[in-house]
Design a protein around this ligand. Structure first.
Ligand SMILES: NC(=O)c1ccc[n+]([C@@H]2O[C@H](COP(=O)([O-])OP(=O)(O)OC[C@H]3O[C@@H](n4cnc5c(N)ncnc54)[C@H](OP(=O)(O)O)[C@@H]3O)[C@@H](O)[C@H]2O)c1
Length: 337
């Protein structure tokens, strides 16, 4: 029995109502109410505080095995323990887990990561000290193997993963060039993150010649978050021995079929370049090491982060569509409580 204030309350969930064609609409989602989940032995009931808004949800919306219609939208989240049936978790503690876009979630204790709000704001467990920071860390250092004095280009550089990757590359002593979709974002990359150059790929001016001018010796590492036209422009500048870490292809997520593009395997051949996709989960066994380093660098002031926060669970679909349209700087979150 629940005796903590959640008794008599309902659990609001955002579910998938229909599959989108192209850019999703708010009507592809539906809010439903259900009872507060009950707990088995070893389970913990969590009241979500922040839910994450992630690009991978868009491809998942096309996939009935990953996301059936009527199901609660899966998402990383942080929240407060309400009731616990495991001795290691106490009411009031903050935890992170895959709680989904909903007010309450019941989860087995062993999938929860405890958070200490005295160390960092709990929202960072979804961004710089969570999946975004981890993706940047392993994509840059393990997949792309960026080292000092190399030239690194990051696409979607003002986003959650991109802003972390760009800063980590600067920390590693690289020259870093960022691409982003507005002049505000370009200013953020130069003024706040200290990048060596940044371009608005949606701007009036052709950025291709300028990219050539700021990387006269070629590009050693391309951290690709977007694919499509942006990547087509970058590939010819790859240096001999370049590495491309394919992190995401967000420019393609709303398409019904893959876009046609120039063929660049000849560039890969001539430049002896390596193109490698990766999933952050490939490195799960090393999360503790990466989180230790990321939090040390954050505390030292060597890393910074931004969050774009939408208020209210009911507005999660709007935040998601806005993120696909590039309205966020840094990590897109929804504040639930
Ligand atoms: N491999 C992994 O394990 C892994 C893990 C997490 C995320 N990812 C991927 O990493 C990428 C970034 O994720 P995130 O969570 O950090 O999101 P994010 O960058 O914070 O937000 C998405 C950004 O993508 C940009 N964008 C949208 N449509 C675009 C287009 N057609 N062309 C170019 N840019 C476009 C927008 O910025 P602009 O204003 O700059 O256009 C938008 O702000 C995504 O592709 C995601 O799927 C991969």
């Amino acid at each position: 029995m629940i005796t903590d204030g959640s008794a008599g309350r309902v659990n609001r969930q955002i579910t998938l109502a229909s599959r989108p064609k192209g850019l999703p609409a708010v009507s592809n989602f539906k809010m439903v109410e259900s009872p507060i989940p009950s707990l088995a032995v070893g389970d913990v009931l969590v009241r979500t505080t922040f839910v994450s808004v992630d690009p991978y949800l868009r491809p998942a919306m096309n996939n009935s095995a990953l996301l059936p219609t009527g199901a609660c939208v899966p998402a990383d989240a942080v929240g407060r323990v309400v009731t616990s049936r495991h001795a290691l978790f106490r009411p009031g503690e903050f935890v992170q887990g895959m709680f989904g876009w909903q007010d309450y979630a019941a989860a087995p204790w062993y999938v929860l990561r405890k958070l200490d709000p005295r160390h960092a704001p709990v929202s960072t467990a979804l961004g710089i000290l969570g999946a975004s920071g981890l993706t940047a860390y392993f994509g840059l250092f393990e997949t792309a193997r960026a080292v000092a004095a190399e030239t690194v280009v990051v696409s979607a550089a003002a986003g959650a993963v991109g802003s972390a990757a760009a800063q980590l590359a600067k920390l590693a002593g690289c020259r870093v060039i960022g691409l982003a979709g507005s002049d505000d974002k370009v200013r953020y990359l130069i003024d706040e993150l200290g990048l060596d150059a940044a371009f608005n790929y949606k701007g009036e001016h052709e950025w291709q010649p300028q990219l050539g001018a700021v990387s006269p010796f070629g590009i050693d590492v391309y951290f690709d978050n977007v694919g499509g036209r942006v990547s087509d422009i970058i590939f010819p500048y790859l240096n001999t021995g370049a590495r491309v870490a394919v992190c995401g292809q967000i420019s393609e997520y709303n398409r019904e079929s893959p876009s046609a593009g120039p063929r660049w395997l000849n560039v890969i051949l001539e430049k002896r370049a390596k193109v490698q996709g990766f999933m952050v989960t490939d490195f799960a066994a090393r999360y503790a090491e990466a989180l230790h380093n990321l939090s040390t660098w954050l505390r030292a002031g060597w890393l910074t982060y931004r969050e774009t926060i939408e208020d209210g669970l009911e507005n999660a679909p709007r935040a998601f569509i806005g993120m696909l349209e590039g309205k966020n700087i840094g990590k897109q979150l929804v504040k639930v409580e």
